[in-house]
Design a protein around this ligand. Structure first.
Ligand code: IDP
Ligand code: MG
Length: 140
């Protein structure tokens, strides 16, 4: 399998509860490497743009409000099959469905406040990474 990069976001519910270290440990322990990282506070426009793909979904406005409710940590993760590996470590969208040992099973508060975002395909990973980082910010 090829070495890939994927976009990861630690969401406001997790920064609020001081869980960033525990969450990053899950990625690193699974063999993913943090090659770019920054803490940010999204504006409404930032969140609307990032989640534009979900604009027609009933939870869109609540999701934008949630993602702007506190600081987030944006990261590029790199590794063999990083897109699928990250999704595996994150667990299912709804923590009630997430497997034991996954981030969402251990830390998520709800289907919305589910602690992490991860790109769902290599194509979307490239788009999301470009939205959040300049080339010079990805430092290995
Ligand atoms: P994913 O984050 O597992 O890829 P998506 O379906 O892409 O899940 O949804 C994006 C985000 O929207 C989720 O991570 C979650 O924060 C929120 N979300 C998804 N489904 C619901 C829902 O049914 N109610 C409230 N929020 C939701
Ligand atoms: Mg998604």
């Amino acid at each position: 399998m090829a070495v890939e990069r994927t976009l990861s976001i630690i969401k406001p519910d997790a920064t609020r509860r001081n869980l960033t270290g525990k969450i990053i440990d899950k990625f690193e322990s699974a063999g993913l490497r943090v090659v770019a990282q920054k803490r940010a506070r999204w504006s409404q426009a930032d969140a609307e743009k990032f989640y534009a793909v979900h604009a027609e979904r009933p939870f869109y406005n609540d999701l934008v409000a949630f993602m702007t409710s506190g600081p987030i940590v944006l990261q590029v993760l790199e590794g063999e099959g990083a897109v699928a590996k990250n999704r595996e470590v994150m667990g299912a969208t709804n923590p009630a469905d997430a497997a034991v040992g996954t981030i969402r099973k251990e830390f998520a508060e709800s289907i919305e406040a589910n602690s992490v975002h991860g790109s769902d395909s290599a194509e979307n990973a490239a788009i999301e990474i470009a939205m959040c980082f300049s080339d010079g910010e990805i430092v290995g």
